[in-house]
Design a protein. Structure first.
Length: 230
């Protein structure tokens, strides 16, 4: 967690504990760095030790953990470890993803579907179930995912991908409905992009800014990041 300069107004996320799932991508590193600079405690989770070490070199204050987020038993173990070391979290930023597609509808293979389902949806289901009580109890709980504008206009060659992303959006909205009923200070947000490459800084700033807005104003919203024309 970085120190806030003397005399400066601390960002609202300062002092919060935020877990980034899928932290070792370019977007994940940018989000970790921005949160740390804003004064948050950063919990970075990935599946590759070398990639996490590289992240640590760029965000020294981040606490890094290697877990398989597609395995619910491992995610529960992660939650126990995080609670023991850092207490409850205030934010979950889900950046686990990946792309498989092409070949029209006939090219939508079972192997690609299993990959996308496991990474895009299963990891989200697992992490939100394991940390939902944390976000409900937090005075400023936040959940955010990155989805795709392809959900709005799916193509045959991207049907597997768009379907997995649509399911992730539905799951996130369900979490947001739970927040609205029992935790009005919590919010679930969907960021939608055409392609994330080149938007890492904008995503990072938008994640930090989630704590600046009242929860009710952002809960169950879908926020487009700048997209490139077709």
């Amino acid at each position: 967690m970085a120190d806030v300069p003397t005399g400066a107004t601390a960002p609202a996320v300062a002092g919060r504990t935020v877990l980034i799932a899928g932290a070792t991508s370019a977007a994940g590193v940018a989000v970790c760095a921005a949160l740390s600079a804003a004064g948050a405690t950063v919990i970075a989770v990935g599946s590759n030790v070398d990639h996490l070490q590289a992240l640590k070199s760029q965000v020294p204050d981040a606490a890094t953990f290697v877990y398989d987020l597609a395995n619910f038993a491992e995610v529960r173990a992660l939650a126990h470890t995080v609670h023991e070391a850092h207490g409850r979290i205030d934010g979950l930023i889900h950046l686990v993803g990946g792309w498989r597609g092409g070949g029209g509808l006939a090219g939508q293979t079972d192997e690609d579907w299993d990959f996308l389902h496991g990474r895009v949806l299963t990891t989200l289901r697992n992490t939100t179930r394991a940390f939902n009580d944390d976000l409900l109890a937090s005075p400023a709980g936040r959940l955010a995912i990155v989805s795709s504008v392809s959900v709005d206009k799916p193509t045959p060659g991207g049907a597997n991908y768009a379907t997995a992303k649509a399911a992730a959006e539905t799951w996130t909205r369900a979490v947001g409905q739970g927040f609205a009923k029992t935790a009005p200070d919590a919010a679930a947000v969907i960021f939608a992009v055409r392609a994330l490459e080149g938007l890492e800084a904008e995503l990072a700033a938008s994640v930090v800014g989630l704590w600046d807005a009242p929860a009710a104003s952002v809960n169950n919203t879908r926020i487009p990041l700048h997209t490139r024309p077709d």
